[in-house]
Design a protein around this ligand. Structure first.
Ligand code: CTP
Length: 410
């Protein structure tokens, strides 16, 4: 399990990735993957030259979108005309950008789809040049770049090193990770949790009885997933430690899948090492079968007793490991909501606890929810509303309480 921070989240960011002709075109695939991992939507546009180096299918498979490459493709134009396509992205990233393409751009040519889009947009354009060192050093190329920079084009790289042509020098395309970091950095959310790493546990755990049976609960994971998404929208880097659920990973969120409470404990302790916040939204099984049978248990007697062992409390374990962490927990209660929730706040040394009524069709597997949130010297009601809205309010409250705990943070 890695402790590396998830990439800067860019949920919903729209990137038009232009691929021009050059051997570095294959690196465009990794760049598309980096953007998608961060939650961005990627539309690839290739030049005719690029198609000689890599296939459109590669990008189509990675991005889930039809690759565009021609101004004269009637079908594609009917679905989304090139002017509409030019309006679609938040940024255009050309990687690799060939010497020829940069020259055309500097002179305002619109002789293929990509150059037309660049001319017809008012969004930022990034270019990662890739070419032979002499082509890069050529005064014509440098003059074109000066012109383009003067018009606001952001040039990323190039780096220097061994080139595909066998020469060594400047002109090698920057590595995809570096390009992604630079572009995403410009669009990183600037919310109140920017620069912070939050870990969220969500969903149920499964405690195996034998190879085919397990003990679990009705948690759908919806509330935890919504909280993870809401925290990301406030600027946090979010790691979601998730039990088995049928939900898509929120955009820009790094997800770690686990099954048992023990696995969730290990993954959470590990991820929390680099975190400032932890939100325990998982419905962790309090007990597991004392022994998981290696073979399927056969029926015999009329009744059967099941010996259970207590699972460790994840929030308490993380609190012990990291006394300074901001920890928010959930409490699912069928009675005496305030008393039980405040009891858990105290016992588990939490900074905040969000309590909800459960049973009689409430909370579990529902789309709506209401929360009563308690902290040391305060209390607030959130909802009733859609879980996504309640999550948004809870994330805002967590940011508020985090700021209250760390007044020195700007
Ligand atoms: N929790 C946890 N590890 C566990 C059990 C619970 O981290 N082994 C977390 C949950 O994610 C939640 C909080 O503790 O944030 C409260 O869980 P809940 O099940 O409501 O309370 P319990 O502490 O398990 O107490 P009880 O079951 O007696 O109500």
């Amino acid at each position: 399990m890695s402790q590396a921070l998830p990439p800067a989240a860019a949920p919903g960011l729209r990137i038009l990735l232009g691929i021009t002709g050059g051997i570095a075109a294959y690196k465009g695939a990794e760049l598309a993957r980096q953007f998608i991992k961060a939650g961005a939507q990627v539309q690839v546009v290739m030049t005719e030259g690029a198609l000689r180096f890599v296939t459109a299918q590669t990008f189509q498979a990675l991005t889930g979108r039809t690759v565009r490459h021609s101004l004269w493709d009637e079908q594609a134009e009917a679905a989304m005309g090139h002017i509409e396509l030019a309006r679609w992205p938040d940024a255009i990233v050309i990687a690799p950008a060939s010497a020829n393409f940069l020259a055309g751009l500097a002179h305002g040519f619109a002789d293929d789809l990509l150059s037309t889009l660049c001319l017809a947009t008012d969004k930022p354009i990034y270019a990662a040049p890739a070419m032979n060192r002499l082509m890069w050093a050529n005064p014509a190329t440098q003059a074109n770049l000066t012109t383009l920079r003067g018009r606001g084009l952001r040039v990323i790289g190039p780096g220097s090193g061994a080139q595909a042509c066998g020469e060594v020098g400047e002109g090698r395309m920057s590595e995809p990770e570096g390009i992604a970091r630079e572009v995403l950095g410009d669009f990183a959310p600037r919310g109140p949790l920017a620069g912070l790493h939050a870990v969220v546990t969500a969903g149920p755990t499964r405690e195996p009885l034998d190879p085919v049976r397990f003990i679990s609960n009705r948690s759908s994971g919806k509330q935890g997933y919504a909280v993870a998404e809401a925290l990301a929208r406030l600027g946090a880097s979010v790691t979601l430690v998730s039990g088995p659920v049928h939900l898509d990973t929120p955009a820009g969120v790094k997800r770690i899948d686990v099954e048992t409470a023990q696995q969730m404990l290990d993954a959470t302790l590990d991820a929390a090492k680099s975190a400032q916040l932890l939100v325990g939204a998982a419905a962790v099984a309090d007990y597991r079968p004392a022994a998981a049978e290696p073979q399927k248990i056969k029926k015999s007697a009329e009744t059967m007793d099941l010996a259970l062992s207590r699972n460790a409390d994840i929030l308490s374990a993380v609190r012990e490991a990291q006394p300074g962490l901001f920890i928010a927990g959930f409490a699912a209660e069928t009675e005496k909501l305030a008393e039980h929730a405040r009891g858990k706040l105290e016992r588990k040394k939490l900074d905040l606890i969000a309590a909800n009524w459960v049973g009689a069709g409430r909370a579990f597997d529902q789309d709506d929810n209401a929360l009563q949130v308690y902290w040391q010297d305060g209390e607030r009601t959130l909802g009733p509303a859609a879980k996504s809205e309640v999550a948004r309010q809870l994330a805002a409250l967590i940011a508020e309480r985090y700021a209250a705990k760390h007044p020195a943070r700007k």
